[in-house]
Structure formats: C-alpha cells, structure tokens
Design a binder for this molecule. Structure first.
Ligand code: NAD
Ligand code: USQ
Length: 382
C-alpha cells in the first residue's frame, strides 16, 4: 500500500514511518520541519539529539534496505500538496502534521491564530486534494481524546445515540476541549465529517490519548534513527516530563490537585493503530472514529509510578503540587469507551515499571542536554 505520513519528522510520525516501512508499506513523508523551528523559537530542544530528516531517511535505507520518499513542504501550500498527490498517488494518508501543543497555542493571540490556521486550514487542503486527486484514498487523521474534555458521562467513540423529546438521532459526541489547540481537532473533525458526507471521502479520526515512551525497536537500531524526546513545559507531555524531572533530581510537577485523568497510549501502540486503520479502511463516505487510548491514569498516579521506579534506580524523588497554569477540572469523572481498535486486533502494551525504566535510562543517558530553565515554562491559560 502506498501511504503518506504527513508530519513524518515528528514524535509520532517518525516511528510510524519506520514501522510502516518495515511492514512493507511504500512510505512517503511530508513535513515542513516546522517542529524544529518551534525549538529554536522557544530556545528549547529534544533531550535526545535528533539527526536531520534526510540523514534519518538515508540511515534507514542503510539498515533496512527500504526507501522512504521525502516531500519537504507545507500542507498549507496547496500547489505543493497537489504535486505530492499527483506524484505519489497515495492509497492512504496519515495526517499528523499539525501544531500539537496546547501550551504553545495558549501563549498569546499570535500563537492561537497560527495554531488554528495551520491545523484547520491544512486539513481542509488535504480534504480538497483528496477530492481532486485521490477520491478513493483513506484519510487517517490524528484527533485527540482532549476533544471530548472531561464530561460527567461516559465518552463514546465519536458518535452518540441521543433521544430528545421523544425523537432519536445519532450525533457527533458533544465536545468541550481545553485549549485553542484541542479546539483545532474539534474543528477538523467537523470539516472531515462534512467532507465524508458531501464528497464520499473515507476517513478514520483517531482520537488519541497522551502518548508516552520514546523509541520503538525500529528507532533503537542506531542513534541517527532516535526519536525526539520533548520535556519542556510547552511540548513535553506529562509522563515523559515526570521521568526527565526524576532523572535530573527536580520535583515532579503535578499541576494543582493532580486528579486530572487522561487516556494514555504507548508509542508502540500508536504505530500499530495506524497500521490497523490502514489495513481496515473506512468505507466511501464513512466518518469513522476510534478512541486511540489503552489505559487511563490521573497525573498524581503517574507521578507516584515514576517516583517508585526512579527510587528503585537509586534516585531521590519528590512530588510537588504546583499552581496549575491551565483551566481544567482537577477532580472529575472519566470513563471512555475504546474497544474498536482492539476489536480490529490491537494488543495493548501496558504501562509497566519496565516501560518507565526504559525511558528513564534514555533520559539519564542524555541528561546533560537538559535546559533546566525550560522545564517549567508553560504559559498561563488565564
Ligand atoms: P510533532 O510536533 O512532534 O510532529 C508534528 C509534525 O508535523 C512535525 O514534524 C511538524 O514539522 C509537522 N508539521 C506541522 N505543521 C505542518 C504543516 N502545516 N505542513 C507540514 N508539516 C507540518 O507532534 P506529534 O507529537 O508527533 O503529534 C502528531 C499528531 O498526533 C498531532 O496531530 C497531534 O495532535 C496528535 N497527537 C499527539 C499526541 C502526543 O501525545 N504526542 C497525542 C494525541 C494526538
Ligand atoms: N500536567 C501536569 N504536570 C505537568 C504537565 C502536565 O500535571 O508537568 C497535566 C496537565 O495539566 C493535563 C495533563 O497533565 O491535565 C496532560 O497534559 P499533557 O501536557 O501531557 O497533555 P495535553 O496538553 O493534553 O496534550 C498532549 C499532546 C497533544 C494531545 C493530547 C492528548 O501534546 O498533542 O492531543 O496530549 S489528550 O490529552 O488526550 O487530549
């Protein structure tokens, strides 16, 4: 299958490209490398050194014998995108290529506007390119569990059957996201559903939880293939951040009460979910939603898990409850249905002590690269 991984230089996209290539997919990457520019803008970095994309792809060819095509450009450049569709003729399009940090989107007006236009308009371009050049292509779009927010009822997989004043309908599940970034995913979902309904596009919206872990086996073969490891207060996600804080002897920064509960997924399952979606495409005109998470934890639970493993490794760890820069519920109900990917064959990796230990070792090996003043640099939501 010919498959494009848009955002293939990023944290989820790079391992996905390697994994799909290893499985025998014919892979092309689209990326405008803007994620590397955010690091420069924020004076931040990946804890692991990351090689330039061309070097990564050349190394992959050397170790695997497999070619990955590269298209460096922006989804918001419609001429570029059209040319890629015409040249590569994808059968599936994995869309990771968005600005994905909630804190980045909340820095100020400019960052909110950039995030919304980059993400929402980029996705609209992809939909138009599919309609024009590849109407049978399957869009595999990364959404987020954060689209739903934390409602006081069970979260369904994208759609909900509603009975209202004696009448029934099947509607998109109501959304209440927690940042201008998360809102872009809601806007995307609506645009994609409309394109499926109107043009017969086939789409799978993967509402992914917070991803943890760094390297999958394909990345581990050579340091040139290593994945990026975000730890700063803007792009670092909570579990990976706690592990880096433990490795450096910094307090684990639970925001507020720590009862915030989220869906989580191991990066090894992220790549497998993409493969499962690609091998089981949505029907023409179908807008299909899977909740791509395997377990849920409160941030307090995660801090305690990291503390335990780090102490077993001889590190001294404290957990601190810092003022929450975000506006979010710190104690709430959370129960999300997430059975559809498992029905199609996903065998979830659980968050074990060994998984935490593997990331902790990688953090300790690279701890001299940490920029300590970037660990607590989240902007305030207010
Ligand atoms: P990332 O920032 O590491 O990677 C995104 C990549 O897309 C980057 O390489 C960036 O250069 C590229 N990109 C951004 N805008 C682009 C554009 N307009 N044109 C071309 N390329 C562009 O992010 P990630 O962590 O790999 O996340 C990938 C996707 O998965 C995102 O859509 C994100 O919202 C979603 N997601 C991520 C997580 C997580 O925990 N990391 C969880 C749920 C969902
Ligand atoms: N948190 C802390 N301490 C920290 C960092 C975060 O307590 O040091 C808390 C946050 O307040 C939040 C939770 O941990 O309640 C998750 O925060 P996060 O930064 O790990 O994740 P989030 O901002 O939600 O975003 C990440 C990805 C995003 C993806 C989302 C999936 O950056 O791309 O969409 O996870 S989800 O959370 O399911 O929406």
């Amino acid at each position: 299958m010919k498959i494009i991984v848009a955002g293939g230089d990023g944290f989820c996209g790079w391992p996905t490209a390697l994994y799909l290539s290893k499985q025998g997919f014919d892979v092309a990457i689209i990326d405008n490398l803007v994620r590397r520019e955010y690091d420069v803008e924020m004076d931040s970095n990946s804890l692991t050194p990351i090689a330039p994309l061309e070097e990564r792809v050349a190394k992959w060819k050397e170790v695997s014998g497999k070619n990955i095509d590269l298209y460096i450009g922006d989804l918001n450049d419609y001429d570029f995108l059209s040319q890629v569709f015409e040249a590569f003729k994808p059968e599936a399009f994995v869309h990771y290529a968005e600005q994905r940090s909630a804190p980045y989107s909340m820095i100020d007006r400019e960052h909110a506007i950039y995030t919304q236009s980059n993400n929402v308009l980029g996705t609209l371009n992809v939909l138009y390119a599919m309609k024009a050049f590849a109407p049978d292509c399957h869009l595999i779009k990364l959404g987020t569990m954060g689209e739903y927010g934390t409602p006081n009822i069970d979260i369904e997989e994208g759609w909900i059957d509603i009975e209202h004043k004696g009448r029934k309908d099947r509607m998109l599940y109501p959304k209440k996201p927690g940042s201008f970034y998360h809102l872009t995913k809601v806007h995307d979902s609506h645009n994609i559903e409309f394109a499926c309904r109107s043009w017969g596009i086939r789409a799978t919206d993967l509402n992914q939880g917070v991803v943890y872990g760094i390297n999958i086996d394909e990345n581990d073969q050579d340091p040139i293939l290593y994945n990026r490891f975000d730890y700063d207060g803007i792009f670092g996600t909570v579990l990976n951040r706690f592990i880096v804080q433990a490795a450096k002897g910094l307090p684990l920064s639970v925001y507020g009460k720590g009862g915030q509960t989220r869906g989580f997924i191991n990066i090894e399952d992220t790549v497998r979910c993409i493969e499962i979606a690609a091998l089981n495409p949505a029907e023409r005109g179908e807008f299909r939603v899977f909740n791509q998470m395997t377990q849920y934890f409160s941030v307090q639970d995660l801090a305690e898990k990291v503390k335990k493993v780090a102490e077993e490794e001889g590190l001294e760890v404290t957990i601190s409850h810092v003022e929450n820069p975000r506006v979010e519920q710190e104690e709430h109900y959370f129960h999300a249905v997430s059975t559809r990917l498992e029905d199609l064959g996903l065998k979830p990796h659980q968050l074990t002590d060994d998984v935490i230990r593997r990331v902790l070792k990688l953090a300790m090996d690279n701890i001299d690269r940490l920029k300590e003043d970037k660990v607590m640099n989240s902007p305030s939501w207010k």
